[in-house]
Design a protein around this ligand. Structure first.
Ligand SMILES: Nc1ncnc2c1ncn2[C@@H]1O[C@H](COP(=O)(O)OP(=O)(O)O)[C@@H](O)[C@H]1O
Ligand SMILES: [Mg+2]
Length: 244
């Protein structure tokens, strides 16, 4: 995806969540990873890029087109994307299958038969075919996140936005979700991901950007940012989080 961000800013009252970010990424960058300390602006930037928030100032161009700035046009843009957040946000009163089927029907206008067929494909791909009749409360955290990922992917999104998809999971469950994300990366899915999993970021990213205090401190192609960080801030952060 080619992305051009210019002076992008999002303020919440006095908080400068995103504070004047500019960045140009060529089309070859399929997997963009956001890293940095908590509160640095990763989620806000991800939400701006996915059309979930309207910037306070600045603009985003994606694949040559400006992102819309009205709520109505943004809704249309948002529908083309898929989202997955840190905590499991499945509908608790719907089965795993229905969690995938319902948005396909209600948001994307598919027939119920089409939606059920498609849901069957994605759950099989994500190793969840045996669990589709269960309610979210009957699934482990890793299984819930796999269903949430299946839901985010089911309509064939142009862009998949993942906000710390594994940070609420135990190590083993982390791995089972990251395996699927890695497979999607391999398959060429366009992904923007925020994560604290540095090994995963290093292995999967085409481009990594480091955010702190709402600003882009450093960016690097592939593993470059990990292998030779240019700033003291990034060196210190990586030294700390990759120590153990
Ligand atoms: N909806 C919001 N209302 C008020 N402040 C917010 C909101 N979202 C984020 N913030 C603030 O913006 C800053 C950046 O947050 P966030 O984008 O969530 O960072 P990160 O994802 O890197 O932890 C933080 O200070 C956070 O408290
Ligand atoms: Mg966040």
């Amino acid at each position: 995806m080619s992305i051009e961000i210019n002076g992008l800013t999002k303020h919440y009252g006095a908080t400068r969540a995103v504070d004047g970010i500019s960045l140009v990424l060529p089309d070859e960058v399929r997997v963009l990873v956001l890293i940095g300390p908590s509160g640095g602006g990763k989620s806000t930037l991800l939400r701006l890029l996915g059309g979930l928030e309207i910037p306070t100032a600045g603009r985003i161009r994606m694949n040559g087109t400006d992102l819309p700035v009205t709520e109505e046009d943004l809704r249309e843009f948002r529908r083309r994307n898929g989202f997955l957040f840190q905590s499991f946000n499945l509908f608790p009163h719907l089965s795993a299958l229905e969690n995938i089927v319902l948005p396909l029907v209600k948001v994307h206008g598919w027939t119920r038969d089409e939606a059920i067929a498609r849901a069957g494909e994605v759950v099989a791909r994500f190793g969840m075919a045996d669990h589709v009749k269960k309610m979210p409360s009957e699934l482990s955290g890793g299984q819930q996140q796999r269903i949430a990922l299946a839901r985010a992917m089911a309509h064939g999104p142009d862009l998949l936005l993942l906000d710390e998809p594994t940070s609420a999971l135990d190590p083993e469950m982390k791995a089972e979700v990251l395996d699927i994300v890695a497979e999607l990366c391999e398959a060429g899915q366009r992904i923007i991901l925020s994560t604290h999993e540095m090994g995963f970021a290093r292995g999967c990213a085409d481009e990594v950007i480091f955010l702190a205090n709402g600003q882009l401190v450093e960016s690097g192609r592939g593993a470059a940012l990990f292998d030779s960080p240019q700033t003291e801030v990034v060196r210190t952060f990586l030294g700390r989080v990759m120590k153990w």
